[in-house]
Design a protein around this ligand. Structure first.
Ligand SMILES: *Cc1c(COP(=O)(O)O)cnc(C)c1O
Length: 456
């Protein structure tokens, strides 16, 4: 024991710029389309929802986007986040691999999400916006935006997927502590919510439904904007500080990864750790094997179709080309709530199509097994979502052992699981089961994809 190695950077090493992978890709991602005209959306189409600064980041092509100094000031509270070498885990696995993990659980809300929440709150406040509506699944994004809203004097209204609202009262309490209003979705606050509840009063909700409600509120009220915690280009951009810091920390360790692993819900923490390394490779640097790990119960990258689809259930959002299970797809209830989204970030999807990353899917029991093994050797209790990345990294380490080769593995430990103890209790109680989605439901959701003639 006691030989854990921690790589700490001074505050002055917080990145000054976010990294935009679009600048280095051999081809740009397909444009986002207006659902009415099927033409690429322009900045004005998005102006009812987002401040212009974020809209411009959404379509930015320059490699580096400067981080405003008030945002860097806030980052100083917990950044640069630590990078650890998982020596105890390596020993337990008897692997010749070197395993490193970047720990994003040190932020106030316990995950990587404040990296973008703080930036989004800052730009909205700068544009004079005083209210933001958003959605949350497991509550990680809602509590992160609530924290950022409190810092910048913005009222935050969170539509929380009803099943999580009931199952995770502590996340809700955290949002309320930061001063946000948390509403179970579907709700009576929107036309879409009222229509759903009229049909099925006990509707459990989904991320797609909650997004529809938040977008409806933002689109119909002048004083209110919308914010999304994943999927969009600007969100992925904000997360790239994670990978940039990791590059500097691995340099301290005299190392560089052969393999980079992240879990994928909407794709933001994965992009955050992976894109700076993929960028290095694209500019002639070392090759990295990049692995996206998703839940087998909601496998957009491994089983979805690469097609234009809506981001929400009510079909209010623009159409984005992404790996999707269909916007009407209802994933079964499993514990990694942050990974229950029907689509994958268009940029991650594009990078997958370009052959720059691999994807694999795991069932939840195997992920909890990996998370518990990790906690017993490294002391940190991962979020259920992060357990997918832990499992991916352990599998790579075991492959090194079988092949008798040493490789350097880096993974993103994107959050702690202190608010998810019920999931761990269910695991220890043998109540956690591996759920598969319904094949016929997937087929139906995919058959319902909008038909789009792509602009040339
Ligand atoms: C939200 C969340 C995720 C999933 O979102 P991504 O955009 O894919 O990162 C994963 N892990 C944690 C801890 C989260 O809070």
């Amino acid at each position: 024991m006691g030989d854990q190695v921690k790589y700490v950077l001074d505050e002055s090493r917080i990145p000054t710029h976010w990294y935009n992978i679009v600048a280095d890709l051999p081809s740009p991602p397909p444009p986002v389309l207006h659902p009415g005209t099927m033409q690429p959306v322009g900045p004005d189409d998005l102006a009812p929802l987002f401040p212009m600064s974020l809209i411009l980041q959404e379509v930015a092509t320059e490699r580096e986007v400067e981080i405003p100094s008030p945002v860097r000031e806030v980052y100083r509270q917990w950044r640069p986040s630590p990078l650890y070498r998982a020596r105890q885990l390596e020993k337990a696995l008897q692997t010749p691999a070197r395993i490193y993990y970047k720990y994003e659980g040190v932020s106030p809300s316990g995950s990587h999400k404040p990296n973008t929440a703080v930036a989004q709150a800052f730009y909205n406040r700068e544009a004079g916006i005083r209210k933001i509506a958003t959605e949350t699944g497991a509550g990680q994004w809602g509590s992160s935006l609530a924290f950022a809203g409190a810092l910048f004097g913005i009222e935050v209204q969170v539509f929380m997927v009803r099943v999580s609202y009931n199952q995770k009262p502590y996340r809700r309490a955290l949002m309320e502590t930061y001063g946000a209003k948390c509403i179970p979705s579907p709700s009576m606050e929107t036309n879409f919510g009222r229509a759903l509840l009229a049909k099925s009063p006990d509707n459990n909700g989904s991320l797609g439904i909650a997004i529809s409600e938040a977008v409806e509120v933002a689109a119909t009220r002048d004083d209110t904007n919308y914010a999304l915690g994943s999927v969009l280009n600007h969100v992925l951009l904000h997360q790239t500080i994670v990978g940039q810091e990791a590059i500097a920390q691995l340099e301290m360790a005299g190392d560089y990864p052969d393999i980079v692993v992240g879990c994928t819900g909407g794709g933001s923490n994965f992009a955050g750790i992976a894109f700076p390394f993929i960028g290095n490779q694209l500019r002639g640097g070392p090759r990295v094997h990049v692995v996206a790990v998703e839940p087998a119960a909601c496998p957009s990258l491994t089983r979805g179709r690469y097609a234009y689809d809506f981001g929400d259930t009510a079909r209010l959002t623009p159409l984005a080309k992404m790996h999707t299970l269909g916007s009407s797809f209802m994933p079964p209830g499993f514990h990694a709530g942050g990974l229950r989204y029907h689509g994958m970030a268009p940029l991650v999807s594009h990078v997958k199509e370009l052959g720059l990353i691999d994807a694999r899917a795991y069932h939840q029991v195997a992920c909890f097994e990996a998370g518990v093994l990790f906690a017993r050797h490294e002391g940190i209790l991962p979020a259920p979502e992060a357990n997918h990345a832990v499992k991916g990294a352990i599998d790579e380490a075991m492959r090194c052992r079988e092949e008798g080769v040493s490789r350097t593995i880096l993974f993103n430990l994107c959050g702690h699981g202190h608010f998810d103890m019920q999931a761990y209790m269910d695991y220890f109680g043998g109540r956690l089961v591996d759920q598969d989605y319904d094949e016929s439901e997937l087929a139906m959701a995919l058959a319902g994809l909008p038909s789009v003639t792509e602009p040339v």
